[in-house]
Design a protein around this ligand. Structure first.
Ligand SMILES: [Zn+2]
Ligand SMILES: [Zn+2]
Length: 255
């Protein structure tokens, strides 16, 4: 066996495959490859990734991560990918150019292989989020209890908030009421969805001025339309639990 040598480099004492040592075979083999341009489709609402026809990893970061990059790299069937360290070389809005340094094992030989990627991220609503957002809204009014400790049971809280809410609606203009699209019950209260942000803001003001609610307004970027950013506005209305009128007006009886 000692007289067997690699037909490429002439080395002896090496494991040969078809007369070629692993080092030389690795040199002449494309161990890693990637398409010239890759696309990663990410749901901007929940962070799920579109892989083929299905969506995975809901709840993941909406930003591109190393977990998104590794699957874009094709590995030679005889090679095993140990690790890739990525470095971004340039980035324009949605396209990022990266260079990875990969450690690859091939026929017992380990070596570092550079791999270049050009990745475009594309935002697309996943089916779950599309279903949820199928109903159009621009603002949400959150009805919540106060921040005091020892809260009410969810059912009692919701019933109380529902009562207050119907009083507020009765005090509101009909065109504001018409902007209410639907409402959802939650352990912590209600979410009321509006198709008109001005109407939601007006009703929030009524709740504050006539019903003593505290109001916190916040906006989040929802999307882009005709080059304009679209925001959804959240009004968080807190209604502290009223002090029981009996306890308030009658001092505790002496024993
Ligand atoms: Zn060789
Ligand atoms: Zn989603």
């Amino acid at each position: 066996m000692a007289d067997e040598f690699c037909v490429v480099c002439g080395a002896t004492g090496r494991q040969l495959t078809d007369g070629v040592c692993a080092e030389c075979a690795a040199d002449r083999t494309t161990l890693l490859s990637a398409p010239e341009h890759s696309v990663v489709v990410i749901c901007p609402h929940c962070g799920a990734r579109k892989t083929g026809a299905s969506w995975k990893r809901a709840g993941a970061s909406p930003l591109l991560t190393a977990e998104d990059l590794a699957p874009l790299v094709a590995v030679h069937p005889e090679a095993a990918l140990r690790e890739i360290r990525w470095e971004e070389t340039s980035s324009t809005g949605t396209v990022r150019e990266l260079v990875g340094r990969a450690r690859v094992r091939f026929r017992g030989v380990e070596r570092e292989v550079p791999i270049a990627l050009s990745v475009r991220t594309e935002g697309q609503s996943c089916p779950d989020c599309s279903r949820k957002s199928g109903r159009f809204y621009t603002a949400v009014v959150q009805l919540r209890g106060g921040t005091e400790r020892g809260g009410e049971k969810p059912r009692a809280l919701r019933a109380r908030l529902e009562g207050v809410w119907s009083e507020i609606l009765a005090e509101s203009r009909p065109d504001w009421r018409k902007a209410v699209s639907w409402q959802e019950d939650l352990p912590e209260g209600w979410d009321v969805f509006f198709t008109n942000t001005l109407a939601a803001r007006s009703i929030a003001r009524v709740a504050k001025q006539k019903f003593g609610a505290s109001v916190k307004e916040s906006a989040s970027l929802f999307g882009r339309k005709n080059g304009q950013e679209i925001y959804r506005v959240t009004f968080c209305l807190r209604f502290p639990r009223p002090v029981s009128p009996v306890a308030a007006t009658h001092p505790p009886l002496e024993p």
